[in-house]
Design a protein around this ligand. Sequence first.
Ligand code: GCB
Length: 600
Amino acid sequence: MLAARTTATRERQCLDGLWRFRLDADGTGRSEGWEHGFGGDAVDMPVPASYYDIVPDPTYRDHVGEAWYETTVRVPRSWDERRVVVRFGSVTHAAEVFVDGVSVATHEGGYTPFEADITDLVTPGGVVRVTVAVDNTLTWHTIPPGFVLDTPEGRVQKYFHDFFNYAGIHRSVWLVATAPTRIDDVTVVTGLDGTTGTVDYSVVLGGPGGDAHTVAATLRDATGTTVGRSDGVTGTITVADVHPWRPGEGYCYDLDVTVYDPSGELVDDYPLAVGVRTVEVRGRQFLINGEPFHFRGFGMHEDHPVRGKGHDPASMVHDFALLDWVGANSLRTSHYPYAEETYDYADRHGIVVIDETPAVGLNLGLSGGIFGAQGKATFSDDTVDAHTREAHRRVLAELIARDKNHPCVVLWSLANEPESDTEASREYFAPLAAEARRLDPSRPIGFVNVMLAPAGKDVITDLFDVVMLNRYYGWYVDTGDLPAAERHLEAELRAWQDLYDKPIIMTEYGADTLGGQHGILATPWNEEYQTDVLAMSHAVFDRIDAVVGEHIWNFADFATSSGIMRVGGNRKGVFTRDRQPKAATAHLRRRWRGLPATGE
Ligand code: GCB
């Protein structure tokens, strides 16, 4: 799905700001017709933001079910004879959108965009009310899954992943105006042959009379000079002496797609940033532009005080600045697709991205005991079933549709720590892996393996191109015993290396660390111990040929549900939640940037 952009032919209007908001605590919003207005009890709620932490009231934090947002917008008078859509970057986890009380869209999946054509409901110059019913409920049929427990005190949401179930309108909302006949989609795949680059593109037109329109694509370099052009809805542009996109240098061309009506008038144009690069897995190597790439960085979260998972450009740029400060060249969008702006930034700055679906918590062996679903099988008619897999397929398709053109994205991660050691898991994942390859043959695919399914026990890794491992030697196992942790980590990595001729990316390792907790001796929870766990892990990785990546868990501390394993959230960040560095950052700056580390 194309992002909302202002171009020579497209206009947009932002709906971000304060909306009216009401929790539907009794589930009466629909029967009372709140889509027509919900009156007196509303509070102001910022968009984009999660709604939980805005108001200091546990009913917000503990709410399960629908919450309603409402705003009004004046449609520009100039939008006469334009097609108007309302576009949401993400609403978590499900949404129904109404315009002046008329339902225009429903969407399930909390981390991908959706839009609705509202042309027939708006009048240029007029005002409309936009209402959104937001449902934060997780069920066995949602991705991520969960279930609701009915207790004497009320409904309680249970889920199997380790981050807080923030919900709300998390990303920007736009009205977008285009011509009725317009570009609905553009797909770009790039190639490199020596110093020559290729840009294959294909355009999907929507609306009336598309066949009578003509399409052209013009490629400009970063100075604005035209370097190639092609006519037609599909084509290839060849670029001599190409300037490739590469890690650390996000060089992008601009592909300007233009559509002309039969009289030769320009009716739509859409510019797309194009990084010319290739990605390939060959043997144990992960190659970008034919050169071995070593991932250095983090699994991250969209997580901030007060606004939760709401996108904010200041925090985004700050987080990228800290990634640079510490020497990271890449990140994983654990455990869901991030805001589209994040990928735009990564494209332009040469940050490599492992792009993950929201499929996290498909593993009751791991989390059932902790999160209250003990004794149930992960894959069964009562738990994760064919409906869940269809939801998984849908979010995978929406992720690829949204992010396929970003040069920063080099690998699709289909799931985090699913059950992967049973025949049922293979039946579940084989069609999804095939679907990912069908939807995007140009990128490798992987899934993130859990400690319970080591080499030899896991039965799905052969379906994927890379091995991605989350391992907590020195923390959940061998706690406080780094010599044993080192021995066990090395033995396990050698086992994976011997079993598969595939690159291994360490997608998680680390230790919970309370910022400010120190000790003469390195002991679990203190900053010295986190540094030592990372240093031990890095020494092992350096001895294993197949390890091509190290992503620490986590970039920063983040909010989780309550539990005796968490102290005000998950503390495995090398930065605190408010982005202050822990001592381990000195080790990282030395390892990743070769800088002298003060204080070591
Ligand atoms: C994991 C999960 C991640 C958790 C982490 C932890 O394996 O992938 O979501 O937060 O462990 O800290 O336990």
